[in-house]
Design a protein around this ligand. Structure first.
Ligand code: SF4
Length: 202
């Protein structure tokens, strides 16, 4: 904003086109970013950066924007046959169209995970076992992933599908671990399924 104000203040009413061209030439040939040629510069007498011996410090680098931080629960739901429930992500966005672990509202407490899985997915789960959380960085934000493992005993009586294929559809499906790993999972999900020993905080 300040720069625009400065530019408007200095742009002459007459020969504005010549002035603009001259400023661009000056930036391209004389006052360059890393090696300004102050000795050849027609603006030297009014240049504060030159007077203070700081000509090479301008323009400074842009301050880096801090990435937003997000949090999610990821649940490893494993049935008695060793199959894991995966959820297909929406076609666009992060990990678009890939199978991943089901996610739950980060506002839930650990003691609400079991009930939430039962209610949302119609599963009969055991107590959650919390696994070491970690941070994954995307281009626009950091995601804190808090994984939890729950054993699935059988389908709740109101489940839409039978015990072995609970919630199986286009978006939710059970996979043996080796089948899951062959799907091309996102890297953090893959390491969660291949390094289960990284576990047990709670
Ligand atoms: S005198 Fe100032 S405007 Fe001219 S080249 Fe040096 S730093 Fe740039």
């Amino acid at each position: 904003k300040q720069l625009w104000h400065h530019a408007e203040e200095h742009t002459p009413n007459a020969r504005a086109r010549d002035y603009t061209q001259a400023i661009m030439d000056l930036g391209a040939m004389v006052c360059t970013r890393s090696r300004p040629k102050c000795d050849a510069c027609p603006l030297q007498s009014g240049c504060t950066a030159h007077a203070e011996g700081e000509a090479t410090l301008y323009p400074g680098s842009k301050p880096k924007k801090a990435k937003p931080e997000k949090t999610t629960w990821m649940v490893i739901l494993e049935d008695s046959d060793g199959r894991i429930l995966l959820e297909r992500r929406p076609p666009s966005g992060i990990w678009g169209g890939l199978w991943s672990l089901p996610e739950l509202d980060p506002a839930l407490g650990p003691d609400e995970l079991q009930e939430t899985c039962e209610r949302q997915l119609g599963l009969n789960c055991g107590d959650p076992e919390l696994i070491s959380g970690f941070r994954h960085t995307f281009s626009h934000y950091h995601l804190h992933i808090q994984p939890a493992r729950l054993s699935v005993h059988n389908a709740a009586h109101n489940a839409p599908h039978n015990t072995q294929r609970v919630a199986d559809d286009d978006h939710l499906s059970w996979f043996h671990r080796d089948e899951a790993l062959a799907l091309g999972l996102p890297a953090p999900i893959r390491s969660l399924l291949t390094q289960p020993e990284q576990t047990a905080l709670l």
